[in-house]
Design a protein around this ligand. Structure first.
Ligand SMILES: Nc1ncnc2c1ncn2[C@@H]1O[C@H](COP(=O)(O)OP(=O)(O)OP(=O)(O)O)[C@@H](O)[C@H]1O
Length: 446
């Protein structure tokens, strides 16, 4: 290879190139390699002498070669191509995941004379990620927060006991995942885990859904229908949104918890129930007891073991961990190669207060991944509603705690629906108040 080909152009000295941790090489307009730094030698297994003057395609045999070649794209458009993820082949045949960026090189007169490509080896990052994941993962949940980690620590013992559990926490904090973990860690793991959402059905339907019905129990009941309790026999019944259970059904459930037997609708004989109960609610159930909308005796029965999941805004250390985990999952799901978030977007997501908790973070990332292709997700990938939510974000929005629905409604009513006065009284800006009202479906009632 001629000495000339080894001269990096446009002021790139070989010493500077060799000092870089990323692989860097340059090509001329025919895509023949004109310089190759040490990191590129380490990543590809080829020495500089072996590659100089050869078409880069013959060295990299990458998934990027061909229509998606970043160098070709940069040469054609004159614009840089940033962080595209591909696999290249090491000289020994091993596949290596890399992130590639490319931009054109110009001579002193501004003419394009070739391109420079940087190659970052991602295989180490994969291992690091795996280590972090394993360290902070528990039964499909990820967390590095002390509160959550202490909860993970006690879950196996709680699961081993047959005690009834009440899981409390705002919507989207992972209550269902915890219920699942309790079942999976319990001696009942080979029997079914059956879920009932107590807020999803009107009272009568809910009653037959949980307790089942016998033929002739009501008009149209032409056959015996097993209830969820029966389906969960030997296993676990997860009563989600237990705070929404109507009072008459609370009495019925109390009897099951006390006597381990129940009566399906229209049945003459009680039926035995060998079921473990796990319950969850996002409501302040102790207050409901004080207000008389939830039976105190049932509360004591379900509250044998009580777990409380902190909202995401109280464990910001989980946000980057979850982002990373969800991005990998979403990349697989949508066949994308998103590497991460631009620092400005990450900062926004770290500062946000997540009224919808982990579910909201997941939904947000899903919308962004759908809009993106590869490389980093930037502000342009943020969905419009999120920008609207951020628009009025005052510094206090993060620290202010959302009141429960009844308290918010009470303050609004006292202020005759005046949002400015209500926001002032709560110490938040009007956008935060609007968001809370929207969440509680109060926008049209006040
Ligand atoms: N610690 C976590 N690690 C990974 N994923 C999580 C974690 N917490 C929650 N998620 C995910 O967030 C979403 C919401 O979780 P989940 O349904 O368990 O919340 P929830 O508290 O039961 O919500 P709701 O009260 O609205 O029913 C799910 O997709 C769940 O997989």
């Amino acid at each position: 290879m001629s000495k000339q080909a080894d001269q990096p152009r446009a002021g790139l000295s070989q010493d500077v190139l060799n000092s870089l941790a990323d692989g860097v090489f340059t090509v001329d307009r025919d895509l023949r390699i004109t310089s190759f730094n040490r990191a590129a030698e380490a990543i590809t297994g080829y020495s500089r002498d072996e590659v100089l003057g050869r078409p880069c395609r013959s060295i990299f045999s990458s998934t990027a070669c061909g229509a998606y070649c970043p160098v070709r794209e940069a040469l054609a458009s004159g614009r840089p191509v940033i962080n595209r993820e591909f696999d290249i082949r090491h000289k020994n045949g091993r596949k290596i995941p890399v992130s590639i960026s490319a931009s054109v090189l110009r001579d002193a007169d501004g003419n394009i004379v070739g391109a420079v490509e940087t190659v970052r080896d991602l295989s180490g990052i994969g291992e690091m990620k795996r280590d972090i994941r394993t360290r902070y993962a528990f039964e499909g949940m990820l967390s590095r927060s002390d509160k959550m980690r202490s909860l993970f620590d006690v879950l196996p013992d709680i699961a081993a006991s047959d005690a009834t559990v009440l899981i409390q926490g705002e919507s989207g904090t992972g209550k269902e995942l915890v219920a699942r973990a309790i079942h999976n860690l319990s001696p009942r793991r080979d029997k079914p885990l059956v879920t009932v959402n107590c807020g999803a059905l009107p009272e009568q339907l809910l009653e037959s859904e949980i307790f089942g019905s016998r033929r002739g129990a009501y008009t149209g009941a032409v056959e015996n229908r097993p209830g969820r309790l029966e389906m969960a026999e030997g296993g676990t019944l997860f009563l989600d949104e237990i705070g929404d259970l109507p009072l008459p059904l609370q009495v019925k459930l109390l009897r099951v918890l006390e006597n381990r037997e129940y009566q399906p609708l229209g049945a003459r004989q009680p039926q035995k129930a060998d079921v473990r109960f796990v319950t969850a609610t996002h409501r302040n159930i102790a207050r409901m007891v004080d207000e008389g909308s939830f039976r105190r005796d049932l509360y004591f029965r379900i509250n044998v073991v009580s777990l409380c999941l902190p909202p995401l805004r109280e464990r910001p250390e989980d946000i980057p961990l979850l982002i990373d985990y969800f991005l990998d999952r979403l990349n697989l799901q949508y066949g994308k190669k998103i590497r991460g978030l631009a620092p400005s977007v990450l900062q926004l997501l770290l500062d946000y207060d997540y009224p919808g908790n982990v579910r909201e973070l997941l939904n947000l990332l899903e919308q962004m991944v759908i809009l993106g292709r590869s490389g980093e997700l930037g502000p342009e990938h943020l969905p419009r509603e999120f920008e609207v939510r951020l628009a009025g974000r005052a510094p206090l929005a993060r620290s202010s705690r959302m009141p429960d629905r009844d308290r918010l409604l009470g303050i609004l009513q006292r202020n005759h629906g005046n949002r400015r006065k209500t926001a002032d009284e709560l110490g938040v800006d009007r956008t935060t108040l609007w968001r809370w009202m929207k969440r509680y479906n109060l926008l049209h009632s006040c």
